[in-house]
Design a protein around this ligand. Structure first.
Ligand code: FAD
Ligand code: NAP
Length: 542
């Protein structure tokens, strides 16, 4: 069902296409590949000057994946997964960027990607049953399908610090790191934030800086990553049956090879329980530690046992007891994303590192020479903001998206996102969201989740074409029911017991709603069922 394409793209173009894809990270690139292989005309718009999404933007020192390289990779091409050789067990940002660029070249994807082009609006045209998309470079393009591959963690959160414009030094956000090498040697540096990004960057910056001040509002749990070279024997074993490896991973709660214990923490004697935590701690990585027991994020007592173990580790690793007390998190274990580090806690034993507790007193203002908090001035030459993202909905809502009848997505989502399976939104026909709110996305190894969504969307588009249908959108009832399910599952866990970006509570004024769906394997089954039942929960028409 390919349609005519009357433009070859370029700045200020108008075109009629089969599909527009917004974003050229792992999701957008694979979507392009799938749709183009089906003979459709597709254009991808990407705000960045390069492809790779997360791994293009987040070049901060120490940036690394916390899912094993052999799993945080595409599986759609057996040749690709056999050919590619990962040097390390967990990949660094430059290595992942090298990989994604290789994929783009290997599958000739670049010719349909417009870089440096931000989509500013997407309006559904009821009369012509198509999407009209405009960009900040003057493109005006129409297409039957609009696919949002805008990323769950791509809209940076830069708090409105008073006086930042007066600051005389340099400042950076981890999510928009410069392309040139930043050398902090001899500088006094401030890092604001202690989430995953900060926890990776702090040990590296501390080694360069004359002095590093870490401004911590909320302490976070972190476990050692224990990165190292990829064992060739493991690589060989996986590559001998890559499909089987992927298949068995897809049955795991996080879509990764880590087996989550089916034992309950409190069923073991204290010493035995401790030994289990120690084994997983020694293995390294976030998922292995989370998988120590089945109920760490379900049961308060089990959770408290994990907290006790990590607190003890922090006190063993950090020399100064007052600093260790401040670093020991007070909130529920695992309700924020578990951080993974390389020598994070030990960094506070260095003479050139100061932890500044801002839990009771926010950063008051920034001035020419540095930051002020709690009435005290900290003079610095550089500030690194590791303040995170407006997750899951931020990038979508930055676009002026209007569905059937001109309904604004921002208005529809005023009380929080409503989407069916995180794949589509009622009232927004022929628009798909890859890893949208209501899908497991950020609670999984994201590469398989992305591929599962892209495959589902591609098969859906193919089905519509084959059956001479031109329009699909979720039914309001199906969307409402799914929202109830998402909330019901979340409420049975401890995820909702602290303020996290999963709940949107890191962004002032954002509705407090748990956005991802917990339960990867049942979710995949549900998506299959929907298809088997003739796209149950969706309205299809010609
Ligand atoms: P992204 O990679 O975010 O790409 C979206 C792209 O859309 C961006 O390039 C953006 O510029 C573009 N875009 C957005 N809006 C517009 C617009 N209006 N117009 C044009 N372009 C637009 N996941 C894991 O599973 N394991 C990890 O270890 C892990 N580590 C991470 C580390 C960091 C620092 C971050 C931020 C995220 C991490 N993630 C991790 C999640 C990661 O985002 C996903 O794994 C994956 O890279 C997402 O791919 P994507 O294509 O969906 O989105
Ligand atoms: P984040 O987890 O949201 O952390 C942001 C940090 O900034 C928090 O410590 C937060 O404090 C602090 N902060 C925000 N606003 C502040 C303010 N106004 N004043 C002082 N402090 C402020 O963001 P992130 O570290 O960029 O990580 C986001 C997600 O990306 C992760 O959860 C993970 O999913 C992914 N990621 C993964 C890896 C990896 O290991 N592979 C690495 C980086 C990122 P509060 O907690 O008090 O709000």
């Amino acid at each position: 069902m390919p349609q005519k394409s009357n433009s070859d793209g370029g700045v200020g173009s108008t075109a009629e296409l089969d599909a527009i894809v917004v974003g050229a990270g792992f999701a957008g690139l694979y979507m392009l590949h799938r749709l183009r292989s089906m003979g459709l005309t597709v254009r991808v718009f990407e705000a960045g000057s390069g492809i790779g999404g997360t791994w293009y933007w987040n070049r901060y020192p120490g940036a690394r994946c916390d899912v094993e390289s052999l799993e945080y990779s595409y599986q759609f091409s057996e040749e690709l997964q056999q050919e590619w050789q990962w040097p390390e067990q967990y990949s660094s940002q430059p290595e992942i960027l090298r990989y994604v660029n290789h994929v783009a070249d290997r599958f000739d994807l670049r010719k349909d990607v417009e870089l440096d082009t931000r989509v500013i609006s997407a309006f559904f045209d009821d009369a012509n049953n198509c999407w009209k998309v405009r960009t900040d470079r003057g493109d005006s393009v129409s297409a039957r399908y609009c696919i949002m591959a805008t990323g769950c963690l791509s809209s940076r959160n830069m708090p409105d610090f008073e006086g930042l414009e007066e600051f005389g030094g340099s400042w950076y956000h981890t999510g928009n790191w410069p392309h040139e090498e930043i050398d902090f040697t001899g500088l006094r540096v401030a890092v604001v934030g202690t989430g995953s990004s900060a926890i990776q960057a702090i040990p590296v910056i501390a080694k360069q800086a004359a002095h590093l001040f870490v401004f911590q509002r909320t302490a976070n749990y972190s476990v050692p990553g224990r990165d190292g070279p990829l064992d060739p024997a493991v690589e060989q074993r996986v590559k001998a049956d890559y499909a089987g490896f992927r298949q068995s991973n897809s049955a795991q709660p996080f879509g990764a090879s880590t087996v989550i214990s089916d034992e309950l923490a409190m069923d073991l004697e204290p010493e035995e329980r401790r030994r289990r935590f120690q084994t997983q701690w020694d293995k390294g990585g976030g998922l292995p530690f989370l998988g120590s027991f089945a109920d760490l994020i379900l049961d308060r007592e089990a959770n408290a046992a994990a907290i006790e173990f990590i607190h003890e580790k922090i006190h063993n690793l950090v020399d100064d007891k007052t600093v260790a007390d401040l670093l020991a998190p007070k909130n529920t274990f695992g309700c924020k994303r578990l951080c993974v580090d390389t020598g994070y806690y030990q960094t506070y034993n260095r003479g050139n590192v100061t932890l500044v507790d801002i839990s009771g007193a926010p950063i008051e203002r920034i001035n020419r020479d540095g930051l002020t908090t709690n009435g005290q001035d900290y003079q610095v030459d550089a500030i690194v903001f590791a303040t995170g993202f407006d997750a899951m909905t931020g990038a979508l809502l930055k676009i002026d998206v209007r569905g059937s009848g001109g309904v604004k997505l921002g208005e529809k989502w005023a009380d929080g996102p409503r989407a069916y399976l995180g794949l589509g939104v009622s009232g927004f026909p022929n628009m798909f969201t890859i890893t949208g709110p209501g899908s497991p996305s950020v609670l999984t190894n994201m590469l398989p989740s992305i591929e599962q969504h892209v495959n589902w969307i591609a098969e859906c588009v193919d089905y519509l074409g084959e059956n001479e249908l031109t329009r699909i959108e979720p039914l309001v009832e199906a969307e409402d029911e799914w929202l109830v399910t998402v909330n019901e599952v979340a409420s049975q866990t401890l995820f909702t017991s602290c303020n996290s970006w999963y709940l949107g509570s890191n962004i002032p004024g954002k509705p407090r709603v748990f956005m991802p769906y917990i339960g990867y394997p049942p979710y995949v089954e549900k998506c299959k069922e929907v298809v088997a039942n003739g796209y149950e929960g969706f309205a299809l028409s010609a």
